[in-house]
Structures are given as C-alpha cells and as structure tokens.
Design a protein around this ligand. Sequence first.
Ligand code: FAD
Length: 313
Amino acid sequence: MRGASAQIVDALPQPGGQLAALYPEKFIFDVAGFPKVLAKDLVEALAAQAGQFGQPIHCGQRVVALEEADGLLTLVTPTDRFPSRAIIVAAGIGAFSPRQLPQPCAAPWYGRGIDPLVLEPQAYAGKHVVIIGGGDSAFDWAHQLQGIAASIALVHRTDRFRAHQATVDQVMAAAAEGRAAVHTFHELAEVHAEDERIVALELKDTKTKTTRRVRCDVVLPMLGFVSDLGPLGDWGLTLEKDEIVVDQTMATGRPGLWAAGDITTYPGKLKLIATGFAEASMAVNQAVHWIYPDKKVNPGHSSNLAVFGQKDD
Ligand SMILES: Cc1cc2nc3c(=O)[nH]c(=O)nc-3n(C[C@H](O)[C@H](O)[C@H](O)COP(=O)(O)OP(=O)(O)OC[C@H]3O[C@@H](n4cnc5c(N)ncnc54)[C@H](O)[C@@H]3O)c2cc1C
C-alpha cells in the first residue's frame, strides 16, 4: 500500500502463526468486523488481503541470524538470505515446534502416521485416530474429529486434564456413549505397523503396567509446543522476559528494526490480534519513512489511495 516491496519469512510451514498452528478450529470473538471468526478463516482472509500485492511469503524458513552490511540488514535462514533496508520483527512467542513424543519407538513414524501439526480435520476422515495429550488441543481435536474420524481414542498419562471443562465434558460424554475412548493413566509403549503403515498402538497402563492394543491409523501427539526465541537475543535489542521493549513508534532501539505483535512489550501491552494489527501499521509506516524519508509516516486513508483505484475526494 505504501509502495515498498516486502517479504514475510516464517519458520512454520504455513502462514498464520499461533492461529494456524495452535488453534485453527477455534472461534475468535474480538477481531473488529467479525462477530465471530474461525482462526483458520481469519488467516485465510489475511493472506488473501496481503496477497493482493503479490509480495512473497517464505514459509518453512527459520531465521537463525541477522547480518548488517552497507546499509542492508539480512535475515539468514539455513538455506537462504533475505536482504532488506528495514525489518519488522513479528516473531510472537518465537519459532515454535510441536513437542515430540519421548518414546524412541515414535521417532521413525513422524510424517508417515504421526502428525505433529493438525491443520485440516477432513484429512482424518474414516481414519482410526489416537490423540496423545490432556490439554486444550487434545480435547479440542477429540471433539472436532467426532463424526469425521472412524474412531477416536484419547490417551493421557494421568486423569488430570489442562483443558477447558466444557470440552472435557463433551469428550467424556462421547466416551460414555461409545463414540470415543479415553484412556487415562496410559502412555505409548509400542507402534505396530504392517506394510510400512501404522495399524495399532500398544498402550501401557502406568499403574498396573499391563498393556492394551488399540487400532490406529494416525497418531496426533498434542503435547504442546516448545518455542524458541532463537537468535533474537543476540541482535542488540532490549529484551524483558523474552519480549522486545519498544517505544510508541514500535522502534526497537536498533536502527532499521521495528517490532509488532506478541513479541513486543511496553506499559499497558495487551497480547491480542487487534493490538498486533495496530502495532504492525505503526511499524510499517515508520519503516517506510525510514527507507524513503520523503514519504510521510502517515499513510493517509486506504479508501482514498490511488493504489486501490481510489482518488482523493
Ligand atoms: C489458544 C489461543 C487462543 C487465542 N485467542 C485469541 C483471541 O480470541 N483473540 C485475540 O485477540 N488473541 C487471541 N490469542 C492471541 C493471539 O493468537 C496472538 O496475540 C497473536 O497470534 C500474535 O500474533 P503475532 O504475529 O505477534 O505472533 P504469532 O502468532 O506467535 O506469530 C509469530 C510467527 O513468527 C514466527 N517466528 C518466530 N521466530 C521465528 C524465527 N526465528 N524464524 C522464522 N519465523 C519465526 C513463528 O513461526 C510464527 O509464525 C490466542 C492465543 C492462543 C494461544
């Protein structure tokens, strides 16, 4: 909109940050203009909006370093380099990756029967699904996959859950009616496969040490995410509890570097999508003015901009 080129570099395999990775199927009720919107639908709309300008989004690119030379800042990933005149850090809670199952028997099946990220419920249509975990994601998916998966079994090490009680109740009710199974005090003991496909899991009762076999095509480990701020700590920024201290212009203190979203902190900060939108606008317009000092910080109104085919009234 401001006539600058821009690229997004993100570690995740798809755009959308926490919304896409942590709660795609949850409704959001406090984004302006939507009485309620599924997180994945908001991401799709945002990607379409950003896509109007044809700027690239580089997914699956984890930034591991920042280099600076001759007025250019370069984000470095294991495979590529992204030079730019200005950078806006919108790294949220850091690059996050799903926590892996600790059992060595699980490792060979990641990506071919064990899905660390669940994006599309229909991918599990007609499958026997085993969900491992006892938090919100485990219960949300156990509930969401009802009527889609052929069977759903939820496996948890204890009988204490860290999930919304209403969802726990729904899954327990489904279990009582035989529409799902909940195995508390159980953990993965062995993966059984035939023809290179998972066909069943051996579950061990952590109290009695006995095992039981459950039918399984797909395992969804829902053990939470580990997030890693990665190289940000070395970029000469002021950090407070893993957040970047910014001023009211979203400046980080390092020339050419602004920040927006959950990664930022200042008095009164709210970690909300609405806040992130406003902070991103401020950061972008400051960065544009920094690169092109003749362009004003104030972007004017999009409803009047020639780039959208509008003219000043
Ligand atoms: C379960 C849940 C429900 C929520 N519900 C709401 C709600 O109803 N309303 C609301 O307003 N907010 C809600 N939030 C909060 C909201 O999701 C966040 O405020 C928002 O996602 C912040 O966006 P962000 O872009 O700043 O960070 P993120 O969404 O965390 O995105 C940061 C991105 O940076 C990438 N990244 C980080 N480090 C690197 C690196 N080194 N290299 C490459 N990429 C990197 C990550 O991969 C990620 O994609 C909820 C959060 C959760 C967890």
